[in-house]
Design a protein around this ligand. Structure first.
Ligand code: BGC
Length: 763
């Protein structure tokens, strides 16, 4: 009997292994189709598939004779980048499938990063919702709109872990934590790709920037990274892996150097890790001119670096045409094999196949869909709801917020009436004219219950260079008629006649994002002077803060009674802000990234190591301990932090057992009471510390969270199931496993304020 069951299990195992090893029937069909097609292709045509030029100036109706049209006809283009308009895409596709020898369709990619024409909050804001369902929904709507307009491939999600708020691209990712980042990565990929890529309303995701781009030294964009493998595997790589595991069809390599080999030429990264260890079977595209930049990195001339990139595992060359112009020569000289070229070409063609483009090249070019499915009232409604979930209430003394709809409300600040700053960075397809400003949102929500009086009060920055370089879309944000002092006086006059002041300030949209690193991350220009002047009026002041990164807000935190961080809220930011400010929605966002007290503390992140000389909590200087002379080690606002109009009290953390062995499940539960007067949602967070390990371990790591709705006065018991999976880490030999020992279980409303309990868990 026993023997039989062993034999049965063995047979089942062999059967399961065979199933895994065998490609699925569809895959067999795809491979056959691509092989037959490739058998007809010349080497030049194969190289053409690896070329992804920018879209240039395409004019509907004249594509065939344009420069890009001619290139397509010669079979030198595999896809196009950032072309908006279904008519144009249809035209270009027509050239590809009607005027080329093999009629291979093009793939059309775009940075659909946080929405298409309906724009959602910037990704850092979306992460602050800690609501994976909503993030997935935003990506789903983005895919619905983008595919209605001809786009079938998006350069998103950006999953680079970033612990340096000077780096402007921190706005595009989900912050500092690998666990949260992995959940967000998965939600985005599922949202874009759905469960069937051939559907007309799903698109292929491209996870970027592989890898470690967010660790750019000094927060300066494109800068080098140099990192231990242990840190990489534990703290930076998980979100990329999560996106790959979720089925992302493509990967974009990053610009940066990694331990001496730039990502674009890094065979270990693009082949051994990505394909070998992770089993990725999609295609790899460079970032914009990533191959050409290898010359500046000092790896050789264009022919050399193109060969390096191709051999490292790059399949498609974005914009730089290094492949197009040199690969044939390298092949003729015996420097690149036919197999290497074939492999890249096959991967690009497979992506087109997976998207159904060979069945119907025009499947994403339905003019009717473009007319009816983009920027619809339903999508705007969803964007408004989602945006309200991303705002983080940083301070709210004396219940300054929510504001009542009555009397006179002063709306002050350069971002209160600035349509182009609502969507935030990387809003390639947005129509700014459709964005709702804060003043419009306020007027709509308040109706005639209160009077809204507006004054600009200050420029976002008074520095002409910063104004120009941080991109005001060609227009200056600096008031041409009034000096900063005049703007301020005018605002003070308005404020003194009102009952309450809402100051809408912060960064412009393009002060974060690509190539927008800042070394001083405080409120720019004379914004602080304006806030000081507004406070002097004696009126209650609420700061509504626009930002794409953590800012230094010590003074604001000390002096302003209420601060609501709204990131960049997307097309409907104005209404969403009004919904929260006037209390229709109770804020529940939590910071996905630490806000430091000053720039000198950077990098400052919650899951740091302990050092051999740690400073106790809430302590300042002690000689010969790890600290600063001039600032405490604490952040201003910790990771996971965010207030609500109500208050939540945590009590009675209970573990169902304290001594566990092997694969058991530990239940940790805690009572969360809504002890205030508003119903509200709270993100309950679980952290674990591994007390003794074969290598040093972080002081805590996020291992779970639940967003729960609790009515005023009610208590809910929140329970987390913890298994040894949650204790695993990559050890010094990069083996992913857990180790017997003692663990501290922590649960709370942010990474600082937690209840703790301890268990022993043996193998
Ligand atoms: C950015 C990428 C983006 C690409 C295409 C690059 O400059 O780094 O994130 O996907 O441009 O627009």
């Amino acid at each position: 009997m026993k023997k039989n069951s062993i034999l049965f299990s063995f047979l089942m195992m062999v059967f399961a292994m065979t199933l895994q090893a065998q490609p699925m029937p569809d895959e067999i069909k795809m491979k056959k189709f691509i092989s037959e097609l490739m058998a007809k292709m010349t080497l030049e045509e194969k190289v053409g598939q690896l070329n992804l030029p920018g879209s240039g100036d395409i004019v509907t109706g004249q594509t065939s004779s344009s420069d890009i049209g001619l290139k397509i006809k010669e079979g030198k283009v595999g896809g196009l980048l950032n072309l908006k308009s279904v008519e144009k895409i249809r035209d270009v596709q027509k050239v590809a499938v009607e005027e080329t020898r093999l009629k291979i369709p093009l793939i059309f990619g775009m940075d659909v990063v946080h929405g298409y024409q309906t724009t959602f909050p910037i990704p850092l804001g979306l992460a602050a919702s800690w609501d994976m369902g909503l993030i997935e929904k935003s990506a789903r709507i983005a895919a619905q709109e983008a595919t209605a307009d001809g786009i079938c491939w998006t350069y998103s999600p950006m999953v680079d872990i970033a612990r340096d708020p000077r780096w402007g691209r921190i706005a595009e990712g989900s912050g500092e934590d690998a666990y949260l980042g992995s959940q967000v990565a998965e939600a985005f990929v599922h949202g874009y790709q759905g469960n069937d890529l051939t559907k007309k309303n799903t698109m292929m995701s491209c996870v970027k920037h592989f890898a470690l781009y967010g660790a750019a030294e000094g927060g300066r964009d494109y800068n080098s990274t140099d990192m231990s493998f242990q840190r990489m595997y534990n703290e930076y790589l998980p979100p990329y892996k999560a996106a790959v595991d979720a089925g992302a069809g493509s990967v974009m390599c990053s610009f940066n150097d990694i331990n001496g080999i730039p990502a674009t030429a890094n065979k270990w990264l693009l082949t051994d890790l990505l394909r070998g260890e992770w089993g990725f079977n999609g295609f790899v595209v460079t970032d914009f001119t990533g191959i050409n930049e290898l010359m500046e990195h000092g790896l050789g001339d264009l022919q050399t670096v193109s060969a390096l990139a191709l051999k490292a595992g790059v399949d498609m060359d974005m914009v730089g045409e290094g492949f197009l112009t040199t690969v044939k020569k390298s092949f003729d000289e015996g420097k690149i094999s036919q197999a290497t070229i074939d492999q890249a070409c096959r991967r690009v063609l497979e992506a087109k196949y997976k998207l159904g483009l060979f069945n119907d090249p025009f499947r994403y070019c339905d003019v009717n869909r473009a007319k009816t499915e983009i920027a619809t009232p339903e999508n705007f409604k969803a964007a408004r709801e989602i945006a309200t979930q991303t705002f983080v209430l940083l301070k709210n003394d004396k219940e300054t917020l929510p504001i009542q709809k009555k009397g006179k409300i002063a709306l002050i600040g350069p971002l209160a009436d600035s349509r182009k700053n609502m969507a935030g960075t990387w809003s390639v397809a947005v129509d700014h004219d459709q964005s709702v400003t804060v003043i419009e949102g306020f007027r709509e929500v308040v109706g005639n219950e209160a009077e809204i009086v507006y004054a600009k009060g200050c420029n976002i920055t008074d520095d002409p260079k910063l104004d120009e370089w941080s991109g005001s879309w060609g227009e200056s944000g600096i008031d041409p008629d009034r000096t900063p002092a005049q703007l301020r006086e005018e605002a003070v006059e308005v404020a003194s006649k009102c009952d309450v002041v809402v100051a809408v300030m912060g960064e412009s949209a393009e002060m974060s994002g690509e190539c927008s690193s800042r070394s001083d991350i405080s409120l720019p220009g004379s914004q602080k002077e304006l806030l000081e002047a507004l406070l002097k009026t004696g009126k209650p002041v609420v700061l509504v803060l626009f930002t794409g990164r953590p800012l230094i807000l010590n003074w604001e935190n000390e002096n302003i009674p209420a601060i609501l961080n709204v990131w960049f809220g997307g097309s409907t930011a104005g209404q969403a802000i009004a919904d929260v400010v006037f209390g229709a929605v109770n804020p529940s966002g939590k910071l996905p990234v630490t806000f430091p007290q000053n720039v000198g503390q950077i990098p400052l992140y919650y899951n740091h190591k302990n050092t051999g000389r740690p400073l106790g909590d809430d302590e300042w200087f002690t000689k010969f301990l790890s600290n600063y002379l001039d600032v405490t080690n604490d952040p201003l606002y910790p990771f996971g932090y965010g207030l609500s109009y109500t208050s939540f009290t945590y009590s009675g953390l209970k573990l169902d057992q304290n001594n566990l062995t092997g694969n058991q499940t530990l239940k940790a539960s805690i009572d969360v009471t809504n002890s205030g007067k508003y119903d509200g949602e709270e993100v309950v967070q679980l952290y674990i510390r591994d007390l003794v390990g074969s290598m040093t371990r972080p002081v805590k790591e996020l291992k779970g969270f639940q967003k729960v709705f609790i009515k005023a006065g009610e208590t809910k018991t929140v329970t987390f199931d913890i298994t040894p999976e949650d204790l695993k880490f990559y050890n010094y030999d990069l083996k992913f496993d857990w180790e017997s020992g003692d663990f501290v279980i922590m649960v709370g409303g942010n990474s600082r304020d937690v209840e703790t309990a301890q268990v022993s868990w043996m193998k």
